[in-house]
Design a protein around this ligand. Structure first.
Ligand code: KG4
Ligand code: ZN
Length: 394
C-alpha cells in the first residue's frame, strides 16, 4: 500500500509518500516547507499569514513529494526485480500507484487545516482514491517509530510478527500498554495507549504547552522564534542549577501539567536582575551571555524534570511496557537524554521509542505512519464526508 500524506495544521506545509509493503513501512519522500522565517518577524505564528502561505505552498510541496517518491519507488521496484513499472518517467505516473491519501484533520488552526483538507478532498475526488483522516496528535504518537536505528521500518501490527512476511526484529514494535508523551507548541499530553489506535488521555497542560513555554521564554530573552532549538543550544553552555525555577505540578497526584508559572518565574528573575544592575549602575550587557545561558539551562532543566517525572509516574502506575515520545519538544536534547536515562534506571523492562529529529516537528511522514495503521483497519473516509476539526481530541 502506498500513501500520499498531507499535513498543514499550523505553520509547516508538508507532503510525504510512504509505502507499507509486506509488513514494512518506508518513507519514500517527506517534504517540509517551514514558514519559520516568515513568522520570526512577528515573534510567533499569525494564523492569517500561515493559511495564506499554506495555500501557496501546498501544490508545489505535493509535486515535490511525488517526484521524490517516484524516484524511491523506482529504486525499490528495481531491487524487487520488477520488470514492469520499474521506470516511472513522470512524477504524475506515481499517482496510479497510490492506494490512498491521508490528511491531518485536526487539531490545529482551522484556516490552515482547511488548506490540507480541501486539497485532499479535491485530489481524492479527481484521482478516485480513498482518504484516511488523521489526528495530528496520533501522527506525533506514531512518529516515535520513525527512527534511523530501524531504517524507518516497522511492522504495522504485532499480529504481523507471526506471519510469513514478518520482520524478525521486534525491537521496534510497540508493546502494550504504552505511555505516550506528546509535547509540542500547541499540546502537552500524556496518553495511555492500550493498543494500536486505542487511546486514553491521562492528563494535559492546564495552561501553556511545553513548546509554547520555550517560545515565550525565548521571546523574553530576545532570542526570536521558535524558542526550542535556540534555548536547547544555549542551555548546553549554561548551569542548570544557576536558578531554581519552579517545577509546576511535579508532585500533584494527577497527570496534568502547568508551564505558565515557570514562564512568569523567568520573567520576574529577569526583572529582578535588571533592577539590581540599574541600582548598582552596572552595564546591563555585562555578563549577559553567561546570564542567558544559565537562564536557558535552568529553564530547560525545570521543563525536563516535570515532563520526565510525570511520564515515569504514569508508566509505573499503568505498568507501561513501552514509552513513546513525540512532538516538537521531543527534539530537545536534554528531554531525550533524561527520559531515556530515567526509563533505563527506573523502569528497565520498558522500551523507549523516540523519533529521529527530522520527525519531531510537524511533518507528513508521521501523518502517513498513523494513516498506515488506520488503512490496515480499512478506516477510510469518503471525500464528501471529510471535514477539518480544529478541536479534535484523541
Ligand atoms: O510539533 P511542532 O512542530 O508543532 C506543533 O504541533 O505545535 O512543535 C513546535 C514546537 C515549538 O514550540 C518549538 O519551540 C518546539 O516545538 N521545539 C523545541 C525544540 N525544537 C522545537 N522545544 C525544545 N527543544 C527543541 N530542541
Ligand atoms: Zn505538531
Amino acid at each position: 500500500m502506498k500513501i500520499l500524506a498531507i499535513e498543514t495544521s499550523c505553520d509547516e506545509t508538508s507532503a510525504a509518500v510512504v509505502e507499507y509493503h509486506r509488513g514494512r513501512f518506508r518513507v519514500f519522500s517527506n517534504v517540509v516547507s517551514s514558514q519559520i522565517d516568515i513568522h520570526k518577524k512577528f515573534g510567533g505564528v499569525v494564523p492569517e499569514v500561515a493559511a495564506r502561505k499554506q495555500a501557496e505552498l501546498i501544490i508545489p510541496v505535493i509535486e515535490e513529494a511525488l517526484r521524490q517518491g517516484k524516484k524511491e519507488l523506482e529504486i525499490k521496484n528495481k531491487e524487487r526485480g520488477a520488470k514492469k513499472g520499474a521506470v516511472i518517467h513522470n512524477s504524475k505516473f506515481i499517482i496510479p500507484h497510490l492506494d490512498a491519501l491521508a490528511v491531518t484533520v485536526g487539531p490545529g488552526l482551522m484556516i490552515a487545516l482547511s488548506v490540507g483538507v480541501e486539497t485532499a478532498r479535491t485530489l481524492a475526488a479527481v484521482w478516485k482514491k480513498p482518504i484516511i483522516a488523521v489526528n495530528h496528535l496520533e501522527g506525533h504518537l506514531y512518529s516515535a517509530l520513525l527512527s534511523k536505528q530501524n531504517n524507518f521500518q516497522f511492522p504495522i501490527s504485532n499480529f504481523q510478527t507471526n506471519s510469513k512476511s514478518q520482520i524478525r526484529n521486534t525491537k521496534y514494535l510497540i508493546h502494550f500498554p504504552a505511555i505516550a508523551l506528546i509535547a509540542s507548541g500547541g499540546h502537552t499530553e500524556l496518553i495511555l495507549v492500550n493498543d494500536y489506535l486505542s487511546y486514553r488521555l491521562l492528563g494535559r497542560t492546564r495552561d501553556d504547552a511545553a513548546g509554547e513555554a520555550y517560545d515565550k521564554v525565548a521571546k523574553l530573552l530576545g532570542l526570536g522564534y521558535p524558542g526550542g532549538p535556540v534555548i536547547d543550544r544555549l542551555a548546553q553552555r549554561g548551569d542548570p542549577a544557576a536558578f531554581n525555577f519552579p517545577r509546576g505540578m511535579i508532585g500533584s497526584n494527577d497527570y496534568d501539567f502547568s508551564f505558565a508559572g515557570l514562564k512568569t518565574a523567568v520573567l520576574y528573575k529577569l526583572q529582578e536582575i535588571n533592577k539590581t544592575k540599574k541600582q548598582k549602575n552596572k552595564d546591563l550587557t555585562t555578563n549577559n551571555c553567561k546570564l542567558t545561558t544559565n537562564i536557558c539551562a535552568s529553564f530547560q532543566a525545570a521543563v525536563a524534570d516535570v515532563l520526565v517525572a510525570k511520564t515515569i509516574h504514569a508508566a509505573q502506575r499503568y505498568n507501561a511496557k513501552t514509552i513513546l515520545l513525540g512532538g516538537g519538544v521531543a527534539a530537545n536534547s536534554q528531554l531525550r537524554r533524561q527520559l531515556q536515562a530515567s526509563v533505563a534506571s527506573l523502569i528497565p523492562n520498558s522500551k523507549f521509542l523516540i523519533p529521529d529529529l527530522t520527525y519531531t516537528t510537524d511533518n507528513a511522514a508521521m501523518i502517513a505512519a498513523a494513516a498506515a495503521f488506520r488503512a490496515e483497519r480499512k478506516d477510510f473516509t469518503p471525500w464528501q464526508k471529510l471535514k477539518a476539526d480544529p478541536n479534535l481530541t484523541l
